[in-house]
Design a protein around this ligand. Structure first.
Ligand code: SF4
Length: 377
């Protein structure tokens, strides 16, 4: 291994003046995001609301800013502070989260709100260590909240920051081995003054200028000190180690519809993937490749008809679900299940994969009807 390939190498030092240049750029070009306290307001003495910072950071994990905007607005309108969220019905929170994905975040969100309300008097801890002790808050989120909400000089390293740092350093070590060197670089670059704005400035630079494809280096406030740009081709950075192929799992999903249009649902176990979310009765998802479809897992005898196959990609595996559909006369729901009426179904805590399965069998069933449509139906 050459010195240049080692993640233990002494990383390049951040350029002198990096923080000042980034903060000046941020003052003029920061993104307006609903959970943010803009720099001008901070300068006037406004303080970020830790509840808003925490909520947005949890929602933004693995999720785009655009997807989060609507959910964030709905959550804050319905549960304006941590005590309100702590007192909320868990299923109401899961339903409000439906569609945002990575549902363990919603369970941890509720658990965290309850803990902050019950044991911290409704106030979030103001240190990284204190924040990390809360459910659902890992190293990145603790650093982000500590920096943004409490002005702690924490090194905040998300995907955008990784890209900016790796390019500034012209780091040839691929991710994930490059992470320690990137972290040391960001720790050194983070200023004592305005660390929260510095973190958000670096994120904004990565999101708007130092983008994965075709970075707009000509507009970058750091272009004079960027080693990646000096190589002539910063775009491939950071390099990434090849990912192993996702294994394929298969299963079957059973969409039973009653004469009044209600769809049969049940709740997934609290623990595990999509825990506590709603689903149509389904088989286990297995890696078996013997052609078995899981049709034997039907919740009850009915005229089950194949309705096609849907695919969904999770972080660690790809799923192929054979969808079966039956029109049934039964009115009583089997044990552990319930009938969800057409006007209730769009509000159920259905993960995207289950919406796909239902839509495959009953197109439009999971969409909320417009009032005009509903009147004319
Ligand atoms: S000069 Fe280009 S590659 Fe370097 S940090 Fe700025 S946008 Fe990224």
């Amino acid at each position: 291994m050459t010195r240049a390939d080692s993640s233990d190498e002494e990383p390049a030092r951040p350029p002198a003046g990096m923080a000042a240049a980034l903060l000046a750029w941020y003052d003029r070009h920061h993104r307006d995001l609903p959970w943010r306290t803009p720099p001008a307001a901070l300068a006037r003495g406004a303080r970020p609301d830790p509840y808003h910072v925490w909520l947005s950071e949890i929602m933004l994990q693995q999720t785009t800013v655009e997807a989060v905007r609507r959910y964030y607005a709905a959550f804050v309108a319905r549960w304006p502070d941590v005590e309100a969220l702590a007192a909320a019905d868990t299923q109401a929170v899961m339903k409000a989260w439906a569609g945002l994905g990575y549902y363990s975040r919603a369970r941890n969100l509720k658990a965290c709100a309850e803990l902050v309300a019950a044991e911290h008097g409704g106030r979030f801890p103001d240190t990284e260590a204190g924040l990390r002790a809360l459910p659902g808050i890992g190293a990145y989120t603790a650093a982000a909240i500590a920096a943004i909400a409490f002005d702690r000089p924490a090194a905040v390293v998300d995907g955008n920051v990784e890209r900016v740092a790796a390019r500034l350093m012209a780091l040839r070590t691929p991710l994930p081995a490059a992470k320690p060197a990137i972290r040391r670089f960001v720790e050194r670059a983070t200023p004592q003054a305005r660390p929260g704005d510095f973190a958000q400035a670096t994120m904004d630079l990565g999101a708007t200028i130092c983008t994965p494809r075709r970075p707009a280096c000509v507009l970058c406030p750091l272009r004079g000190d960027c080693r990646g740009l000096a190589t002539g081709d910063p775009e491939p950075l950071p390099l990434k180690a090849p990912k192993p192929d996702r294994p394929l799992r298969r299963g079957a999903a059973f969409v039973a519809r009653r004469a009044d249009g209600a769809i049969l649902l049940r709740r997934r176990p609290e623990r595990g993937l999509l825990g506590g979310m709603s689903e149509v009765p389904s088989s286990a998802w297995t890696a078996r490749q013997d052609g078995a479809t899981g049709a034997e897992a039907a919740p009850f005898a009915a005229d089950w008809r194949p309705a096609g196959t849907i695919g969904h990609v999770f972080t660690h595996f790809a799923l192929e679900l054979a969808v079966y559909h039956a029109e049934v006369a039964a009115s009583a729901a089997p044990a552990g299940c319930w009938w969800s009426a057409p006007d209730e179904l769009p509000g159920e805590a259905l993960p995207t994969v289950m919406k796909k399965a239902i839509e495959q069998a009953v197109p439009g069933a999971t969409l909320r009807q417009q009032p005009d449509t509903a009147r004319s139906a």
